[in-house]
Design a protein around this ligand. Structure first.
Ligand code: NBP
Length: 479
């Protein structure tokens, strides 16, 4: 038996980059006493040596760690997602009691979170899958936090998380997203939107570089200007910084010495896979994921380039070109966010979560990678009317699209004529046009499906389901 005084109101297990920063953040806030533990004790020792000011209660063993937690015991797991998380959960399940709270703050797949919650619920111990966004810096200074789990566990956990979350316009960037896997689901969608936002910004850069014929430093200035416009966001801000960076070795712009192949860790793929399962068109996010995949197809890129004898002439840019790009970027961004929120709505419906869309927009205003003033307009749109079927019908966004539409079309056509790949801009515009079109060619697809597979169709003029006898007399029958 361990005779430690149980005084810590919160514990952190897993003290690599994320866990150590989160533990320091927790310890820096009034009212928190933080217990820490890591599988390899050397990491724990290093943290207490480097940060004596934190007053950590350090434990070499899991038993000591659990003994140092006040009830209800609350522990945040920040270890490698997957097997590592399960190993730690099992250790805690052996030692925790009903009412105690296990928080998984790693990047878990929300399906795993749902399964874990179902497995753990009969024990009476709460399991709270929690999305934490903002990377290392966010973990230390204030992330955006997306907890799932039971409302009961949030009564204990909420104030602790609120104490370390980023603050946007006076409000902590944390809310109880919904039960079981809701937090990790919303974190996944956040990352999908992040992919789309980054891709759209990169396409804007490519247009300014290729058609606008601007050098990186000049493009950085354009982005800095944009950061004082409705495009203001953390991603626009850091884009200017990356573009202004000069490579010390060659003296060239940093962006020009980086290999043009983008990596990924998988949450974008998860977003698209789940959106496909949910039947939600998230083309802007999917194109962003595919764009990274295409960039890595170096063999295919080289093969196609060998077949090419000439490329299209790059169109001339007039003085309003950068403004046009800004408008196209904004309109495309609205579409990407609309699609992301559509996925949240569909996920909530499928998995039985009550998710407040306005609250999600609000907790993304600070701490996370997509943080931006722009999210205030999304929060407002859902606050004004939670039942809008798409953000694109909210008056603010409908006007923004109308104002930028002509420029958006000019940019997409200029890019096509110039041979500049803009999968994000053009997918967003096509999505918008699909919603806007009075009549879609889906009617013809229905005809084809009925022809080869007797899949039937509905008529515009008569209720019911119909089939045409294509292989015989081609008369129509009502099913
Ligand atoms: P890592 O994902 O690199 O994991 C390292 C930690 O996991 C170490 O503490 C390690 O202990 C522990 N661990 C492993 Br590996 N297997 C274990 C096991 N079987 N039992 C106990 N502990 C085990 O750490 P990280 O980069 O700090 O990330 C932590 C979590 O946060 C991950 O889920 C990650 O996906 C997520 N993350 C989020 C963001 C974000 O922006 N939200 C950014 C980065 C990471 P050891 O020291 O003994 O090896």
């Amino acid at each position: 038996m361990y005779t430690r005084t149980a005084i810590a109101n919160i514990g952190v297990i897993g003290l690599a980059v994320m866990g150590s920063n989160l533990a320091r953040n927790l310890a820096s806030r009034d009212g928190n006493t933080v217990a820490i533990h890591n599988r390899t004790y050397a990491r724990t020792q290093q943290l207490i040596t480097e940060h004596p000011e934190a007053g950590f209660i350090a434990s070499e063993t899991i038993d000591e760690f659990v003994a140092s937690l006040a009830t209800p015991r609350t522990a945040i797991i920040m270890v490698q997602a997957g097997a590592g998380t399960d190993a730690v959960i099992d250790q805690l399940l052996d030692r925790f009691e009903p009412g105690d709270i296990i928080v998984d703050g790693g990047n878990a797949n929300f399906h795993d979170t749902i399964a874990r919650e179902q497995r753990i619920a009969p024990t009476g111990i709460h399991f709270v899958g929690t999305g934490i966004s903002g990377g290392e810096e966010g973990a230390l200074r204030g992330p955006s936090i997306m907890p799932g789990g039971s409302p009961e566990s949030y009564e204990t956990l909420g104030p602790i998380l609120a104490s370390i979350a980023a603050v946007a316009e006076g409000e902590p960037c944390v809310t109880h997203v919904g039960t079981d896997g809701a937090g990790h689901f919303v974190k996944m969608i956040h990352n999908g939107i992040e992919y789309a936002d980054m891709q759209l910004i990169s396409e804007a850069y490519d247009l300014l570089r290729t058609v606008g014929r601007l050098q990186s430093a000049a493009i950085a200035d354009v982005f800095t200007d944009w950061n004082a416009s409705p495009l203001e966001s953390y991603l626009i801000e850091i884009t200017a910084e990356v573009l202004r960076q000069v490579d010390a070795t060659t003296g060239k712009a940093f962006v020009d010495i980086v290999l043009d192949q983008a990596g990924s860790k998988g949450t974008g793929v998860w977003t698209v896979q789940n959106a496909l399962d949910l039947g939600v068109p998230v083309g802007s996010i999917a194109e962003a994921v595919f764009a990274r995949a295409v960039s890595g197809k170096s063999t295919q890129r080289a093969a196609v380039q060998r077949t090419i004898t000439s490329r299209p002439d790059v169109q001339d840019a007039d003085s309003s070109f950068a403004d046009d790009v800004a408008k196209a970027l904004y309109a495309s961004k609205v579409v990407a966010y609309a699609q992301g929120f559509d996925a949240i709505v569909a996920g909530a419906q499928q998995f039985g979560w009550h998710i407040r869309k306005d609250q999600i927009a609000k907790i993304w205003r600070g701490g996370c990678i997509i943080r931006a003033q722009f999210l205030n307009h999304i929060a407002q749109a859902y606050d004004d009317n939670p039942d809008i079927t798409t953000l694109l019908e909210a008056p603010y966004f409908a006007k923004a699209i109308a104002d930028g539409e002509a420029a958006w079309r000019r940019i997409v056509s200029t890019a096509a004529l110039s041979g500049v790949p803009i999968p994000g801009f053009s997918a967003a515009l096509s999505y918008y046009d699909s919603l806007a079109a009075k009549r879609l060619p889906a009617a013809l697809v229905q005809g084809q499906r009925d022809f080869f597979g007797a899949h039937t169709y509905n008529r515009v003029d008569t209720p019911g389901t119909f089939h045409t006898r294509w292989s015989s007399d081609r008369t129509e029958i009502k099913e």
